[in-house]
Every structure is written in C-alpha cells, then in structure tokens.
Ligand binder design. Sequence first.
Ligand code: G1P
Length: 287
Amino acid sequence: KMIKKAVLPVAGLGTRFLPASKATPKEMLPIIDKPLVQYAVEEAINAGINEIIFITSPEKNSIKNHFDKNEEIESRLIKSGKDDMVKKLNPDIFSNITFYYVNQETQNGLGDAILHAESIIKNEDFAVLLPDDLFFSKRSCLSQLIDIYNEKKSSVIAVNKIDKENIHKYGVIKPGKVSDVFINVQDIVEKPSYKDAPSDIAVCGRYVLTSSIFNHLKATDFDKNGEIQLTDAIRSLIKDEEVLACLYKGEKFDCGSKKGFVHATIALALRDESISEDIKKIIKDII
Ligand code: G1P
C-alpha cells in the first residue's frame, strides 16, 4: 500500500482576498512567480503522488488551464528562442501526473469536499493538502507524514504548536502517547475556544488518511455553520482505528490570510537570487 493519490480542495470563494479573487481563484495568486496552488502540487509530486484530484468549482477553469500542457505557447516560446522558459511553462514533473477536477457545487465544508473524491480514490489510502498552508522544510511536510504512514499504515495528521490565543482558528488534538516520531491522537476538535482547547497542538493543512474516512464522513452531521467537518469525521475514525499526528518540523506560512501571504512573498523574495539583494535594499529603505 503506497500513497499515490492526493486531494486538493480549492473550491472556496477566497473572500479574504477580494477583489483580487473575483476573477482569479485565490489559489492562482502568485507568491513571486508561481501560483500558490503549484507549491502544494509540487510538494505532492515530490512525495511520490501521481494522481491529483482537485475539488473545485466551475468558475475556476484557470486552475485546470494552469496544469494542462500548453503546446501552443510552448511552440511560440521555442520559435522565439526562449527554450529555457519551456520548463517553467510545462514542467517535466507534471508530465506523468493525472489531474482530475471534480466540482463541489455547494460550499458544504472541507469534509464534504473530501467526500467528492471518493469515486476516484475508492478504497485506497490517500493524502490531503490544503494549498493555503505553504510549507518549506528539508524533508517536505507530506513526505514526513508518508514516512510514518509507510511504517504504521495508520492515518497521520500534520500538527504544530501554536500560541494558544490563535487556537480557535484550527483543529486541535488531544495528545496521547508521544514518541520521537509521532503522537497518538486521543481526540480532535474543530476550532475550540481558548478554554475548551485540549492542547496547544493545532492541525496544519496536510493529512494522510485511510480510506475508511469516507464512511465516517458520510455519517458526519452538518455542524452549526452547515458544514461537514473533516475534523469531526477524524474524531469518529479514532474510535475505530489508530490516528497519529506528526509534529511538523519546518517553516509554515498561512497564505489564507493577507499577513501570511505577504510574509511568504517577502521570505521567498529574499531567497530568490535574481532579486534578493535588491529586495533587501528596498526593505531597508522603507524601514
Ligand atoms: C481547516 C481545518 C482545520 C485545520 C486548518 C489548517 O480549517 O478545518 O482543522 O486546522 O484547515 O489550515 P480552515 O482553515 O479551512 O478554516
């Protein structure tokens, strides 16, 4: 059993980025020169995934256009001697990947989005990547989860410790036994209040899930906001199966917020050799 399929939920309206997200999906907004969603797709492919399932909406055609091979622009680039740009246009790593696009007609939450992938995933274990969360580390976040999955064959969730005053924005685990590599998850709650939070260990946007999650998702009720929460289905899964958490070691940018998006842009600009010196100078001048 290997993790070969990944689900990327991208149907959200992206209201926090209006008006930018009016005609351009927020997942297509660039961090420097690459759309946010491509970072998650590359992380998935580099972790061994070869089928990517976008749960999307009919207005977000540009995501499909972006991952399709564009032969017309490729031949125009070659004709004008810009062969070096072809790898950016049609990256080699996409060539053996199957991309699926499934429409989520109504915004019924992350759990409902994942359920839309069932007919493609069937009874395989799979990965979920939330593209708003951008991660950088030597061994990628998803690879860290898959390492644990390969050994334990259980669901594995990425978590990180956060300031308790921000805990209400995340799924939060109640940790059980802790080893060097993983934490046994005893319970998990979606967006608890400060006083109800079972710990300061929050779920970040990468998961490896066993296919039994689908039955738990189907049995999950809508929450008070009319959404089916993945967290509630995982809570129910824990009653049947071991669920583990992996304390993610590396950098994390929450690109679902303006602050995180700008933070990621500055951090990556300072790492881009073609502009970093200029950017440093610009920042210095501004300050
Ligand atoms: C979702 C999950 C939440 C998780 C978070 C990570 O929430 O429901 O459990 O902690 O992603 O980014 P959202 O950010 O979509 O509200």
